[in-house]
Design a protein around this ligand. Structure first.
Ligand code: SER
Length: 314
């Protein structure tokens, strides 16, 4: 049977680039993009698109049947900062959309699921440097609690019902083609826009807040690779640690200054500082590297060059 893909949340920061990449690999007609609204004209006009509410099981089931979907990528979620402002809705969206997709796989209507987890599953009691795959996990944000619960359910559905669900704990993701929304790591995207447009940036985190980050190209590659791997290579069915680089606002600002010498950064930490302080500074992703061959390409220097190149053309 041919691979036929449904992406839920295709207009978001990851979904936009994932849709393009999957369409080049599997063919435009075999990748159905969907979102709650038609929010991104590129995604909507570059192939099949459906409006769907990730909380409506019947709508998703209908799409799966009509398009004979085999694989679902569930990218719809409320991120960390937004979730703190609307905890009940964040919990509803982040958990129930996952249950809908897990239950479709349990009923054998789809074959494979990709569901993203996050470094937010870790908390203030987790070892901060080189955070291991298996460690203390006491997340203190609504987003982190929902992702950790989601991981437990993924593993449960795999063990009890044989559901083929695969997951990655994404670090902060940096991209130029579509903006992030509502995350704590978003400063590392915003800073490039402001450096080019205004020459200054007021950072909502303190200067020495070190967090794990990744360029979107690498994140998309990891997503494709984990989904392409043979099922028996995927030994972890909760979610894999994944890493590329870690840096502080001071370090990313210094890197930008190499291209824009007059660039200035100032600091005004807000409620997101506490969220960032509860997360790891660096991640041990040796399991992903060993089990399914994960390898990153971009570091802070190459990412900064690529970001500034693309954004200055826009
Ligand atoms: N980038 C996300 C956030 O900041 C973490 O997964 O919320």
């Amino acid at each position: 049977m041919n691979t036929k893909i449904l992406i839920i949340g295709a207009c978001g920061q990851i979904g936009t680039e994932l849709t393009h990449k999957l369409r080049t690999i599997y063919g435009t007609e075999n990748v159905i993009a969907s979102d709650i609204r038609k929010m991104n004209t590129d995604v909507v006009n570059s192939g099949p698109f459906e409006v769907v509410n990730a909380l409506d099981f019947n709508q998703i089931e209908h799409l799966v049947e009509v398009h004979q979907i085999t694989d679902v990528y569930l990218m719809a979620a409320l991120l960390s900062a937004t979730a703190e402002k609307n905890p009940a809705f964040a919990w509803d969206l982040n958990m129930n959309s996952l249950f809908h997709v897990l239950n479709l796989a349990k009923a054998k209507k789809i074959k494979k699921i990709f569901w993203p987890s996050s470094i937010a599953v870790f908390g203030p009691t987790t070892p901060k440097e080189n955070t291991p795959q298996y460690t203390i996990m006491e997340p203190s944000t609504v987003y982190g609690i929902s992702k950790q619960a989601g991981e437990r359910w993924c593993e449960y559905y795999h063990h009890i019902f044989g559901v083929d669900v695969r997951s990655i704990r994404y670090p902060g993701l940096i991209s130029w083609s579509s903006p992030p929304g509502g995350g704590t790591t978003d400063y590392a995207v915003d800073i490039y826009y402001k450096a080019l447009s205004q020459g200054t940036y007021e950072c909502f985190l303190s200067s020495e807040t070190k967090m794990p980050m990744m360029y979107m190209d690498d994140a998309i590659q990891a997503t494709i690779d984990i989904m392409k791997a043979d099922a028996d290579q995927i030994k972890i069915r909760s979610s894999y640690n994944l890493a590329a680089m870690s840096f502080t606002p001071t370090e990313i600002a210094a890197e930008i200054k190499k291209s824009i010498p007059d660039f200035e950064i100032t600091y005004k930490p807000d409620f997101r500082q506490q969220i960032a302080d509860s997360w790891p500074a660096s991640i041990d992703d040796s399991s992903a590297r060993k089990d399914w061959g994960w390898k990153h390409k971009f570091d802070l220097t190459s990412m900064t060059q690529d970001m500034l190149l693309h954004l200055s053309k826009q």
